[in-house]
Design a protein around this ligand. Sequence first.
Ligand SMILES: Cc1cc2nc3c(=O)[nH]c(=O)nc-3n(C[C@H](O)[C@H](O)[C@H](O)COP(=O)(O)O)c2cc1C
Length: 187
Amino acid sequence: MKVLGISGSLRKASINTAALKACGELMPAGMTLTVYDGLGDIPLYNQEIMDAGVPASVAKLRDALAAADGLLIASPEYNFSMTAALKNAIDWLSRLQPQPFMDKPIAIFSASGGPLGGARVQYDLRRVLGQLWGHVLPRPEVFIGSAPSKFDAQGKLTDETTRKFLTDLMAGFKTWIERMKKPGKPA
Ligand SMILES: Cc1cc2nc3c(=O)[nH]c(=O)nc-3n(C[C@H](O)[C@H](O)[C@H](O)COP(=O)(O)O)c2cc1C
């Protein structure tokens, strides 16, 4: 079961990217994670660019998503919503046919320096991905608050409680992907 991980942050030292990488270690057997590198290469959406041909940076993301059984998104909250980089990538993909989010099992979580762990970005993400017919795992919800204190200087997730939350999320995501693949269920 292949999972594509996308971080909403472009920072090399991103706590969301670090948490995403930790998910690769915390996944149940039979699941593998590839963390996407290249969100920052995607130009700002402009239909005139699209009309001239889908940019290679967008096609690369489209192909990576098509090859994955599930999509795992970790995103910071910027001003109570998702980052421009993540929304821009979603906007590009949403204009393609076949539409890459259609019936795709998706899990989301967020990490933030603030106490709420970026809770608000998750509801915006659910709204946007839901209207694209992506199937976002309803629970468990994982909000990593005061996140910098939960990682060491090398970006390793050291907080045991957070590791347990992400382990539970990955187990739930595996079941969610299996459920979506059952006959009679979407995708
Ligand atoms: C433009 C901007 C807006 C932000 N807005 C919020 C916010 O609304 N809520 C929040 O919890 N943190 C906010 N932050 C702080 C981020 O949570 C913090 O920078 C976090 O480390 C970013 O995630 P990253 O480490 O994965 O890059 C904001 C940061 C930036 C740069």
